[in-house]
Design a protein around this ligand. Structure first.
Ligand SMILES: [Zn+2]
Length: 180
């Protein structure tokens, strides 16, 4: 399952979900990168997934603490800031176009883009609006476009909860017990 379309930093956190982790292996991670086409520069070589997981952990800790009203923990902040520093963006005049290039190796470049999206989210006005999915056991985060959104995805958690509720009610009635 690949869920994308939230701010990139949340998409990064959502690579780890109830039933799996897209950063466990190169193949699912490549699928995730492909799903981010246009939002993320595709790395031109394999990247170090351990490093991506480390950054994800740091982003997660920062997001958790800031959502809870506190400052991000210093070690997590250090990981984030290091990622920003290791692959700075610079402009190149490629006549007649201006291109934005980055220093660093493919892993450093990817981490820098992900860290930039995390900084934008953490320091921006939307961090207070980030919400966790109401699905049981679901840990996915999203930025609701309208205030009534409760699920990471209607297909994934909304339906699951509706089906569970239906069966609970159905079984309760069949047993002669009163429905909830
Ligand atoms: Zn969910």
């Amino acid at each position: 399952m690949i869920l994308v379309g939230e701010p990139l930093a949340l998409d990064l956190l959502n690579t780890r979900w109830r039933d799996g982790d897209l950063l466990e292996d190169d193949a699912p991670f490549r699928d995730w990168l492909a799903a981010q086409q246009g939002r993320l520069t595709p790395p031109e070589a394999e990247v170090d997934l351990d490093a991506v997981r480390r950054l994800r952990q740091a982003v997660q800790e920062c997001v958790e603490h800031v959502r809870a009203g506190g400052p991000p923990p210093a070690p997590a902040l250090r990981v984030l800031n290091e990622a920003l520093r290791h692959a700075p963006a610079y402009r190149e005049l490629n006549w007649p176009h201006v291109l934005v290039r980055r220093g660093g190796d493919p892993t450093a470049r990817l981490l820098a883009e992900l860290a930039e999206s995390a900084v934008d989210l953490l320091a921006g006005p939307d961090i207070g609006k980030v919400r966790g999915c109401a699905g049981p056991g679901c840990r996915l985060l999203f930025l609701p476009a309208h205030p009534r959104r409760r699920w990471c995805s209607a297909a994934l958690c909304g339906n699951r909860v509706r089906v569970a509720r239906y069966y609970r009610r159905h079984n309760a009635t069949a047993d002669g017990a009163s429905p909830e």
